[in-house]
Design a protein around this ligand. Structure first.
Ligand code: PMP
Ligand code: GLU
Length: 384
């Protein structure tokens, strides 16, 4: 009865475990939440006030499907100044969260049977979005020895006649790795050689540590024509529930993509668009958030290095710490279930990201929780 394209989808493990953690907390359980896929602080007041003002002024109707002109212009300006992209307002499509920007991008580019390369480990939703669009996910394995980054020779070898798109995500969820300009440049050469489109998910761009600079692949020579850049407000401004993101690319592709918005969501939430416009007026906010997260990253990493069986991989960005748990002789699912049931620490088993033997710990929580959670992990290890 149900469309096989839908029955073939997996439930989102990240959303499922996040919901379970929140439920246990509501029931009064003292759970340390290392599963969180969203910032732990509240949306800043200046954004909330802009949204309240929008409601009070009756800005509550449909907007143009691609977004309000002032927001499209503000996003284009941000991308020109910060990301060195040569874009105008017509090159921007405002979407219902970054997730919908990815879906719109993949649906726009992928015909039935086209192959979409997904570096693994990968964020849970990419393969499912590709399947939903009728494409074929093809996994491109990355290795710890190369910091879980795509190597140009592996990319070259993975391309076939049917390869249409490469999904790149950096800073990466779940590994926390990111790419330098040189590394992106080498990837771009292979993308050009095989005439690939790149969907570049840069939603964690504001969270890059140790003085590293985020570079957008679309800013490199020859890449603007073959890149759709995905970004949004969820992570940088803690606006996950506002459901607001965007897609940037060449206006002829964006114009086609906007037809999908016309016939699905109509437009993104008018009130959230006003909130997003306010968010872009305060670039300083992101520096503060980044500094807080870097402290947390350091605290979690330093504590985890004292674990007996678990080995952390130091993230360069995001709020995730990817950890090797193979020395425990448990698989990812067993590790995370036992850790939650017996020691009240939630985390995401990395088989959901296509790699068993690892887990993802989120440091989107306070320093005392980080210390408490790692102490519980050590206690768990001592009983293995
Ligand atoms: N891409 C990645 C890599 C993510 O981790 C997330 C978080 N859910 C998204 C996209 C989607 O973000 P949004 O909440 O704006 O849809
Ligand atoms: N991106 C977050 C995560 O990976 C949020 C959950 C989701 O949308 O999948 O946990």
């Amino acid at each position: 009865m149900v469309n096989s394209r839908v029955t073939a989808l997996n439930k989102s493990a990240t959303l499922k475990i996040t919901a379970l953690t929140k439920k246990l907390k509501r029931e009064g359980k003292d759970v340390v939440n290392f599963a969180a896929g969203e910032p732990d602080f509240d949306t800043p007041d200046f954004i909330k006030n802009a949204a309240k003002d929008a409601i009070d002024k009756g800005f509550t109707k449909y907007t143009p499907s691609a977004g309000i002109p002032s927001l499209r212009e503000a996003i284009a300006e941000k991308l020109r100044n910060k990301n060195k992209l040569k874009v105008e307002a017509e090159d921007i499509l405002v979407t219902t969260g970054a997730k919908y920007a990815i879906f719109t991008a993949i649906l726009t580019l992928t015909a039935v049977g086209d192959e979409v390369l997904i570096p693994s480990p990968y964020w849970v939703s990419y393969p499912e979005i590709v399947k939903l669009a009728g494409g074929e996910p093809v996994f491109l394995e990355t290795r710890e020895s190369s910091n879980f980054k795509v190597l140009p020779r592996d990319l070259d070898a993975a391309c076939s006649e049917r390869t249409k798109v490469l999904i790149l995500n950096y800073p990466n969820n779940p590994t926390g790795s990111t790419y330098s300009e040189e590394e992106l440049s080498a990837i771009s050469e292979v993308a050009e050689k095989h005439n690939l489109f790149v969907v570049s998910d840069e939603i964690y761009e504001a969270l890059v540590y140790d003085g590293k600079r985020h570079v957008s692949i679309a800013s490199l020579p020859g890449m603007a024509e073959r890149t759709l850049t995905v970004n949004g407000f969820s992570k940088a401004f803690s606006m996950t529930g506002w459901r607001i993101g965007y897609l940037a690319g060449k206006k002829d592709v964006i114009k086609e993509a906007s037809k999908i918005i016309d016939h699905t969501t109509s437009c993104s939430c008018a009130i959230s668009q006003k909130g997003a416009l306010a968010a872009l007026s305060s670039p300083d906010w992101q520096e503060k958030v980044k500094n807080d997260f870097q402290l947390r990253r350091n605290e979690m990493f330093d504590n985890l290095t004292k674990c007996k069986f678990l080995t952390p991989f130091k993230s360069e960005g995001t709020f995730y710490m990817f950890c090797d748990i193979r020395k425990t002789n448990l698989n990812s699912f067993e590790f995370s279930s036992r850790l939650l049931e017996n020691h009240l620490v939630s985390c995401i088993p990395a088989d959901a990201f296509g790699l068993d033997g690892f887990v993802r710990l989120s440091f989107s929580t306070g320093l005392e929780q980080i210390i408490k959670g790692v102490d519980r992990i050590k206690d768990f290890e001592s009983r293995l």
